[in-house]
Design a protein. Structure first.
Length: 261
């Protein structure tokens, strides 16, 4: 009995110590959880307060309009620089100057992915002097012709449209052909002779014999030539203008040769 009495107090003391440790650990965990919760609550409250205080400075319609105007100015400046570079390159390779009197800058306002390589719509129309048949350019060269006009809009059929046909020639060899769209990014040049002596890298321009567009407008560069095509070789053309990414176009305000005669 005396031995049992001595062991019982020792086990009781151990249990008390373990209980104290568990209580201490629980208090630490609870403190950490409370601190984390308070930090989240305070952080959320600060963000809400910041949002309320900064709301008057959020971008609104006026700021959005300023951004759009700045983008338009930047695009116009880029177009001017590209046009100057295009003219310099034409002089270096001896291309004739495009015989145009005046032109009109027009923004691209609509373009459907379903007809991306076929058509686009400009934000200028008949009240701005645009007529059906006018040639349309972008930095680098010809992109198409005006095929429909309303008071404030104009539809452009691109040179990559399957219905597009433009008379062109290879500047180096002076061999003529017909540029036809395929509905993709690269039209095809169908030559009128069996041996056009054309090689990749040759520059293609509109022909002075064309009845649809003025002569001497850059069109693109020969990518490859299929000499086995019948009745005459064909060449795939890489357009010199970025037809896949046009924000502004340049409408030549002059009748096509067939109407000017």
């Amino acid at each position: 009995m005396v031995r049992l009495r001595k062991e019982f107090p020792q086990s009781t003391r151990r249990a008390k110590k373990q209980r104290s440790r568990l209580l201490g650990l629980g208090a630490v965990v609870l403190s950490l959880a409370m601190a984390s919760l308070m930090r989240q609550v305070v952080g959320g409250a600060l963000m809400e307060a910041y949002a309320v205080l900064s709301r008057p400075f959020w971008p609104g319609p006026s700021q959005l309009q300023w951004v759009r105007q700045a983008e338009e100015v930047a695009n116009m400046e880029r177009l001017i620089l590209l046009e100057k570079e295009n003219q310099r390159l034409k002089e270096l390779i001896g291309l004739p100057s495009v015989p145009r009197g005046s032109s009109l800058k027009a923004p691209v306002i609509a373009r459907s992915p379903a007809v991306w390589w076929q058509q686009l719509t400009l934000g200028r129309g008949s009240r701005h002097g645009i007529r059906v048949g006018y040639a349309v350019m972008a930095p680098g060269g010809l992109i198409g012709r005006i095929t429909a006009v309303t008071t404030n809009t104009a539809q452009v059929t691109l040179i990559t449209d399957p219905t597009s046909r433009v008379g062109v020639l290879v500047a180096r060899t002076n061999h003529h052909g017909l540029l036809s769209g395929l509905g993709s990014g690269r039209p095809v040049l169908r030559f009128l002779t069996e041996n056009p002596r054309t090689i990749p890298g040759d520059v293609v321009v509109t022909s002075s014999a064309s009845t649809l567009v003025p002569g001497g407008i850059p069109v693109g560069v020969v990518q490859n030539v299929d000499r086995n095509r019948a009745p005459a070789p064909e060449a795939v053309i890489q357009p010199s203008a970025p037809i896949d990414a046009i924000a502004w176009a340049d409408v030549l305000l002059q009748d096509p040769p067939e109407l000017a005669q």
